[in-house]
Design a protein around this ligand. Structure first.
Ligand SMILES: C[S@@+](CC[C@H](N)C(=O)[O-])C[C@H]1O[C@@H](n2cnc3c(N)ncnc32)[C@H](O)[C@@H]1O
Length: 245
């Protein structure tokens, strides 16, 4: 069974979803990407083309500074936090062109990895670059994940939650689809030192304790945060069924 068909089996409903394409599309004509130019730009074809080689490295430098972790180092830190095991079912929310998703799929071995993004051009590029049989891509909204509750062992979102219209809804959705004992890892903006949260041109700068607090409020534990300049890595774990490890 192809990864796309396997992913379709996890949907709340696959009614009207084309199972024959390179990726699944549950949005059709709907565009949940915010209206600001900095958000809408991800719908442009040229961005998908230059994203991995030129755009993404600049974004990393913006958040982490020139002395901050390289992209490879950033990915190593995030993957270490995820602790993906062989056979785990993994979701990458706002996967872009699949630059992280491909590595997650490699770590999950035969487990299904799903990359979800709202941009048709980004998700099409991700599907085209897909190099593993356990990897499926889907066009969907981070704020309304189309999956059943408790579906994934690991949920990650890198560089996305600060640019969606309702970040806390997206966070809640990731928690909802996470299986008991599962881990959530987020890379996002972070206010520097004593500065307050802010929101400008569709980009939220989270207050220092905002994401960790929101995860705690939603019942997650084992919360850790690593702040580097304007960026943060956050990891948390959903309690296991029956309260065990
Ligand atoms: C900066 S890119 C991050 C891509 C990738 N995760 C990475 O680490 O490079 C942000 C992505 O979020 C996607 N995005 C924005 N709003 C979204 C939403 N509501 N639902 C799903 N994806 C969204 C954009 O299409 C874009 O591909």
């Amino acid at each position: 069974m192809s990864a796309v068909v396997q992913a379709a089996g996890l949907l709340k409903t696959d009614e009207g979803v084309d199972l024959g394409g390179d990726y699944l599309d549950v949005l059709g004509q709907r565009d949940p990407i915010g209206p600001h130019r900095g958000q809408q730009v991800f719908r442009r074809k040229f961005v998908a083309k230059v994203y991995e080689r030129h755009w993404r490295p600049m974004v990393s430098r913006f958040f982490f500074g020139f002395s901050g972790p390289s992209e490879e180092e950033e990915r190593r830190i995030a993957l270490e936090m995820m602790r993906i095991g062989e056979g785990d079912q993994v979701i990458d929310v706002g996967c872009g062109t699949g630059n992280y998703t491909r590595h997650l799929a490699q770590a999950a071995g035969e487990g299904l990895t799903v990359g979800l993004d709202a941009s048709e051009t980004m998700v099409a590029a991700a599907a085209e670059r897909s190099d593993r049989p356990n990897l499926a891509f889907l066009r969907g909204d981070a704020c309304a994940l189309p999956f059943e509750d408790e579906t994934f062992d690991v949920a990650c979102s890198v560089g996305v939650i600060h640019m969606v219209e309702e970040p806390m809804v997206a966070l809640g959705e990731m928690v909802r689809v996470l299986a008991p004992g599962g881990r959530i890892v987020i890379l996002a903006s972070c206010a520097r030192k004593e500065r307050q949260r802010g929101a400008r041109n569709g980009l939220t700068t989270f207050g220092r304790d905002e994401l960790t607090g929101a995860l705690r409020e939603r019942g997650l534990g084992e919360i850790e945060q690593k702040v580097i300049r304007r960026g943060q890595f956050v990891v948390a774990q959903k309690p296991a069924a029956g309260g065990g490890e």
